[in-house]
Design a protein around this ligand. Structure first.
Ligand code: ADP
Ligand code: MG
Length: 351
């Protein structure tokens, strides 16, 4: 089932002084795809998800599912007939029921044999077929969350909505489970929309990612586009490790930057007038250590990240930039290094 949101708004409070938690959001999620919504706390992600689930009225626009309008400001299809399943952060398994009975909870309408078959099928899908007889407390957090996923999938929802499904798990576990859940959802042929505040999780699970800020959807795009062609400054800074540097277009071919002059192609400078003050997006993976480079910088901070490290450097102009390197390379605060820019894609914003 595909999902189409057309200019929807969610409001709380009385109409006279209503607070718009979601403001004019449009997006399309094709059948079988996994979408993720990321953004800071309070930006409206859960409100949007609840509107799709039919748990929350919309104040504007419409929600269409496989050609059928399911929400308008005038009315909405009730949640139970939308074919929508939900998985929440606190997966709330019934503690006194076995894993199999937890998974079969929503299947009371099926004949016994069919119910047992379906339970076996989804437990197989989430890789827990061997643990059907166990009790929830005998499972790890990650396994319990997979049971919650199995329970939601057992009812064959046409769209599965997941609100911060991994946030009660530790960081290392989260990304791994997000990847596993992606494989499970793809195997189930499920269309899904996942809310998270963790971009690594979003990148691990989604085909399309939406970045929200203050009720607005800033960009709805493939992970690649989001990273390499961010539509707004907010997206540029929210996704990945990056800085925005003040730069000036000297001629259509030359960009003056704190890193020195950069040669541009006419396509890259198109739309910007010569002389224009602009902002250049510089990602941590676009700076490299280069002994032959004339550009010096001083290390002001080093953040260890396992195999990699994220270094903050100060340029002679005083601007701070980020550099990602292998953590096997010794990088000490106060040390001077020579660096060079290797831009993957040129992203310029008007100041
Ligand atoms: P997120 O999931 O991105 O953290 P929410 O959708 O939960 O954001 O909240 C968006 C905004 O709407 C916040 O300012 C929040 O305080 C407000 N809000 C959420 N739910 C309600 C509610 N039931 N009543 C009033 N305001 C709410
Ligand atoms: Mg939320």
């Amino acid at each position: 089932m595909s999902l189409q949101l057309e200019n929807i708004a969610v409001e709380y409070g009385k109409a006279s002084h209503a607070h718009r938690a979601v403001d004019g959001v449009s997006l399309h999620l094709p059948t079988g795809e996994i979408g993720a919504l990321i953004g800071p706390s309070g930006c409206g992600k859960s409100s949007l998800l609840r509107a799709v689930a039919g748990l929350q009225a919309i104040a504007q626009g419409q929600i269409v599912s496989s050609g059928q309008t399911i929400s308008t400001p005038e009315g909405m299809t009730p949640p139970e007939v939308r074919g929508v399943g939900m998985v929440f952060q606190d997966y709330a398994l019934f503690p006194h029921m076995s894993i199999a009975r937890n998974v079969g909870f929503g299947l009371a309408h099926l004949p016994r044999a069919e119910r047992q078959a379906r339970i076996g099928e989804v437990l197989q899908l989430v890789g827990l077929a061997d643990l059907a007889g166990r009790m929830p407390h005998e499972l790890s957090g990650g396994q319990q969350q997979r049971v919650a996923l199995a329970r939601a999938l057992a009812r064959k929802p046409s769209v599965l909505l997941l609100d911060e499904p991994f946030s009660s798990l530790d960081a290392a576990m989260r990304e791994k489970l997000a990847q596993e859940v992606r494989v499970i959802l793809k195997a189930a042929g499920c269309t899904a929309l996942v809310v998270t505040h963790d971009q690594d999780e979003a990148f691990a699970i989604a085909d399309r990612i939406g970045v929200m800020q203050a009720g607005h959807l800033e960009q709805w795009d493939s992970p690649y586009q989001l990273y390499h062609q961010p539509a707004t400054r907010f997206v540029a800074e929210f996704v990945g490790d990056a800085v925005l540097l003040p730069v000036q277009l000297q001629t259509p071919r030359v960009l003056q930057t704190p890193l020195g002059e950069l040669a541009l192609t006419p396509e890259q400078s198109a739309g910007h007038a010569p002389g224009a003050a602009l902002q250049l997006l510089l990602r941590a993976d676009e700076l490299v250590l280069d002994a032959a480079s004339p550009l010096q910088a001083t290390i002001t901070q080093v953040q260890f990240r396992g195999s990699l490290q994220l270094c903050t450097l100060q340029l002679p102009t005083g601007h701070a930039v980020l550099l990602q390197s292998s953590s096997a390379i010794a990088m000490r605060v106060g040390q001077s290094v020579t660096i060079a820019a290797r831009l993957n894609s040129l992203v310029l914003f008007s100041s």
